[in-house]
Design a protein around this ligand. Structure first.
Ligand code: GAL
Length: 654
């Protein structure tokens, strides 16, 4: 359990640096991230490097005993570079270019920009790569943020054509796979293929999907070019990137493949995230100051998988931020709670954004651990408390890694892209569906691993697949081989990899283990809500429902009030033929978990628990005080069973 902070020495007079470093250490901070936006100061003019200030900043922080994370500055190319290469500005879907004057104003496919990035990263890595206090390097900053990926530039088009040529080899094969006979979309050659923007009506969904796959690969290859330089010059450092919450523009599992990352780091802004995702207004209101209890946990569990067990929070909300629709002050205790929550889910480091609120430029309304006048902010005081508690508790300092959970939830990036391309009804959002399942499991007191469908799932007792567009033979083999119980949600197996309906009808290859067919699907406006009950839980279908036929030995376990099957099963495999209201999801998952031999509990509203290394942590995100479900004779290593809003406790497992 280590605490860090993001710091921008270039934004403050040098006379403050030594005192900042000293106060960081006094606060209990061990890691500091710097430099990720400082290109204009590292290289004020083309080829003219000015390292002296950074040398001094690094030395000052290192001398104080801090470990450093150095960011490559490629998210903010300086003006001289943009003037010399205006084509580096990314192109939006409407064909216009973004302007200079903020950040992320570069086209990820630009060969010129990639060359410039390799140049600055090499210069930086040659200078600092073997510095003993620099323990990690971050590439760029939040790749894909601010909608700058995809770019619809000429560079992207040329590279997309090459990507397609490699994938399909022959243009006839592409025309067949894409179904281009439809509307006379056939192409005479790969060079003739454009980007799927500015079409009068929908572009071909497979054209859109392949473009998204290509862009995802572009993001990964952009990062990898920096990794190659860093592995050579900074062989001992951990290499990472800071990903975002609820962010699906590229496939993070593929991004992390092949030694491209040592740690998955991500940036956690729970209140702002709660405000900006598709949650019902009632929940946004309820959790306005604490954030939704699962919104950070969801990404902790996802990034733990992406980092193959190793993840950090690179930026943690420390108070009100500036970029959500509304930016309230967090309830007292939350800034401390979020650190423990991340640790309970397996984080090695929680690093707050930022050391001090900057009184000028874009983020002047964004809090930090210090106010602009250098007094500790309310968030800073909470971090001080957490740091003291951790330092005083051997049980917290020496926490082991989290064990593998008995429940896995499959999250699949391509499914997100496919269902975004073809929502069919405006309220269908795959990630929101996954989140609803995840929330249900967490309300049942379960620890969850979020995993790729390609991971080895053999050790899980329950695998929940809220949906997955393509079910391939390998996944069916995992079902046939393992002893797990499986729950599949609607739209599973509804597409092929080339974005067509499987010839055997959905759910495609799943029929091998669960004979059934989806005959028709419907999206539901809010006034269409077929009713259903499961055990004691009453509810409806929202957003999406299927009309399905059970074949062979498949059982119908529940029906809608108009007699269409809602839940089907055979053996250990279940299929849910609709997006069910929340209490019904919970009921289905509780049944499945209990059948799989997993004990569940019903946690109080707003309460969550998480186990790690022999401890159970409990967190209260709700408005009312609650009692944590600790045994009567539990030994607490943090707090006690009675939790006010924003409070946390931890006890030793018996
Ligand atoms: C992140 C970004 C930081 C800062 C922060 C403000 O998205 O990486 O540089 O802008 O948001 O919340």
């Amino acid at each position: 359990m280590q605490l860090g902070v993001c710091y921008y020495p270039e934004q403050w007079p040098r006379s403050m640096w030594a005192d900042d470093a000293k106060r960081m250490v006094e606060l209990g901070i061990t890691h500091v991230r710097i430099a990720e936006f400082a290109w204009s100061r590292m290289e004020p003019r083309a080829g003219e490097f000015a390292w002296e200030w950074l040398d001094e900043a690094v030395a000052t922080l290192a001398d104080a005993g801090l470990k450093l994370v150095l960011g490559t500055p490629t998210a903010s190319p300086p003006k001289w570079l943009m003037d010399a290469h205006p084509d580096v500005l990314p192109v939006r879907a409407d064909g216009t270019r973004w302007n200079f004057g903020s950040r992320r104003h570069y086209d990820i496919s630009s060969e010129v920009y990639r060359r410039e990035c390799r140049r600055i990263v090499t210069a930086m890595a040659e200078r600092y790569g073997r510095h003993p206090s620099i323990v990690a390097w971050q590439t760029d900053n939040e790749l894909g943020c601010h909608d700058t990926v995809p770019s619809y530039s000429d560079a992207a088009r040329t590279r997309f054509q090459a990507w397609l040529r490699q994938r399909y080899e022959r243009i006839d094969a592409l025309n067949d796979a894409w179904g281009n006979v439809f509307w006379s979309m056939e192409y005479p050659s790969f060079d003739a293929i454009g980007l799927p923007n500015l079409t009068p009506t929908d572009a071909n969904p497979i054209h859109l999907l392949d473009f998204r796959r290509f862009m995802s690969d572009e993001v990964a290859s952009f990062h990898r070019e920096q990794i190659e330089v860093l592995r050579e010059h900074a062989p001992a450092a951990d290499l990472l990137h800071n990903f975002m919450g609820f962010f699906t523009t590229f496939d993070h599992y593929r991004f992390a493949d092949d030694n491209a990352l040592d740690v998955a780091a991500w940036d956690s802004y729970p209140i702002a995230r709660t405000e900006s995702i598709a949650l019902p207004e009632e929940q946004k209101a309820r959790y306005a100051r604490t954030a939704h209890p699962d919104v950070s946990a969801f990404d902790h569990d996802r990034y733990r998988a992406i980092g193959r067990g190793r993840f950090w929070v690179m930026e943690q909300q420390a108070g009100p931020v500036n970029w959500a629709p509304w930016n309230p002050v967090p309830a007292r205790g939350m800034v401390r709670l979020w650190a423990y929550e991340a640790f309970a889910h397996g984080a090695e480091l929680v690093s707050y954004f930022r050391w001090r609120q900057c009184p000028y430029a874009q983020e002047q309304m964004h809090s930090g651990l210090n106010l602009p006048n250098n007094e500790l902010s309310p968030g800073g005081l909470e971090v001080q408390q957490a740091a003291r508690e951790i330092a005083q508790s051997p049980a917290l300092t020496g926490l082991g890694a989290p064990a593998r959970a008995s429940v896995a939830v499959v999250f699949d990036y391509e499914t997100q892209w496919m269902f975004e391309i073809q929502r069919h009804g405006k309220s269908f959002d795959y990630q929101t569906l996954v989140f609803d399942y995840y929330e249900s499991l967490r309300e049942l007191g379960l620890d969850v691993d979020i995993v790729s469908s390609k991971a080895d799932l053999s050790s899980y007792r329950l695998v929940v697949v809220p949906s997955i567009a393509v079910i391939d033979a390998a996944l069916v083999e995992q079902i046939e081989r393992g002893g797990a119980h499986w729950v599949f949600g609607p739209r599973s197996g509804s597409k092929t990899t080339t974005f067509a309906i499987p010839s055997s009808l959905p759910p495609g290859a799943l029929q091998r283990v669960l004979p059934m067919q989806v005959l028709e699907v419907e999206t539901l406006r809010p006034t269409l809500a077929p009713a259903i009950s499961i055990g004691d839980a009453q509810g409806v279908a929202n957003h999406w429902r299927e009309h399905v036929r059970a074949n062979g030995e498949t059982r119908i376990d529940a029906q809608f009030d108009d007699a269409w099957p809602a839940i089907l099963s055979r053996g250990k495999v279940r299929y849910v033929a609709a997006w069910l209201s929340h209490a019904l999801h919970r009921a289905v998952l509780q049944q499945a978990a209990n059948e799989a031999g997993i004990e569940t509990q019903q946690l109080a509203d707003g309460l969550r628990i998480r186990r790690r290394g022999g401890l159970t942590f409990a967190f209260n995100f709700g408005a009312q005080p609650v009692r944590a479900p600790a045994p009567a004779n539990a030994t607490f290593v943090l707090g006690d069973a009675l939790l006010k809003t924003g409070d946390v406790c931890a006890w030793q497992d018996a």
